[in-house]
Write a protein that binds this ligand. Structure first.
Ligand SMILES: Nc1ncnc2c1ncn2[C@@H]1O[C@H](COP(=O)(O)OP(=O)(O)OP(=O)(O)O)[C@@H](O)[C@H]1O
Ligand SMILES: [Mg+2]
Length: 257
């Protein structure tokens, strides 16, 4: 039997200020569904509503109309159901890297020593060695982003919402983190919904790309499957299929389709 979709939006409409009748609709009767263990990328230009989509999915905002379901059940309280890495406002400023990192484990009641060992393992893999006792303001933007990403990965949820997790990284570190994320996903399948405005990042990672533009957010999102074999390595970036997809997505983003 096919399992229920991890996340489904049905006819979801949303604007930030209902009371202002002139406030623009961000989404109008938007429907989509993401399957269990699927890797979906939401691609779109700045201001197209990508982060708003996550605020709705995670329950920080409620739709004006329509339904949002998680694992096949309509749910109003969604915050505890997903591992969410927001675009900003990520780390508690008074807690060290280690203390921020172990937060999701602390909440679940994992003993401190065990939690710290787990975090330590990630800290090393994420190139954050030596930062354990530093406070967020003592780190670079890219390092802060990696701590926040680490925390979302440790949430243990089988549905991860990642809002531009690698945007502040240099391209080399970014490629490494992309490969790391795919390796993790192959080892421990999860449903991943990943926001980016980087076309190549979208193609490299996704099973399916949903393109969000000012035009599409008022109806169904443009949906583009990525027929590249897995596991994917860097060589895939220079294949004809990859190039063709890039061209197609560029057109979609510009609204030429
Ligand atoms: N809290 C808010 N209150 C009112 N309007 C908002 C709020 N947050 C976002 N908006 C508006 O909603 C629209 C979509 O914003 P959103 O942050 O979802 O875009 P985005 O696609 O994530 O952009 P970016 O790529 O720059 O992160 C924008 O016009 C923005 O000004
Ligand atoms: Mg955003």
């Amino acid at each position: 039997m096919k399992s229920a979709p991890s996340l489904a939006f049905k006819d979801v409409s949303f604007s930030y200020e209902e009371k202002h009748h002139d406030s623009p609709l961000i989404f109008e009767k938007m429907s989509l569904s993401v399957n269990e263990n699927e890797f979906v990328v939401i691609l779109g230009p700045s201001g197209s509503g990508k982060s708003t989509f996550f605020r709705l999915a995670s329950g920080l905002e409620q739709p004006d109309s329509g339904q949002i379901s998680i694992r096949g059940k309509e749910m109003k309280e969604r915050l505890g159901e997903v591992g969410y890495m927001p675009q900003k406002g990520l780390l508690l400023p008074w807690r060290t890297v280690m203390e921020n990192g172990r937060l999701p484990l602390e909440i679940k009641g994992v003993p401190k020593k065990e939690a710290e060992e787990k975090v330590k393992d990630y800290i090393d893999k994420f190139g954050l060695k030596g930062t354990e006792n530093k406070l967020p303001h003592q780190l670079s933007g890219g390092m802060q982003q990696r701590v926040s990403f680490l925390r979302a990965m440790l949430s243990g949820s089988d549905i991860l919402l990642l809002d531009e997790p690698f945007s502040a990284l240099d391209s080399l570190t970014r490629f490494m983190m992309q490969e790391w994320l795919l390796t993790q996903w192959h080892q421990w399948p999860k449903t991943i919904i990943f926001i980016t405005h980087d076309i190549e990042e979208a193609i490299f990672l996704a099973d399916r790309i949903l393109v969000l533009t000012q035009k599409t957010r008022k109806k169904a999102l443009a949906e583009i499957p990525v027929p590249l074999p897995r596991p994917r390595t860097d060589e895939v970036r220079i294949t004809p299929t990859f190039m063709k997809l890039k061209e197609k997505l560029l057109k979609e983003m510009r609204g030429e389709v």
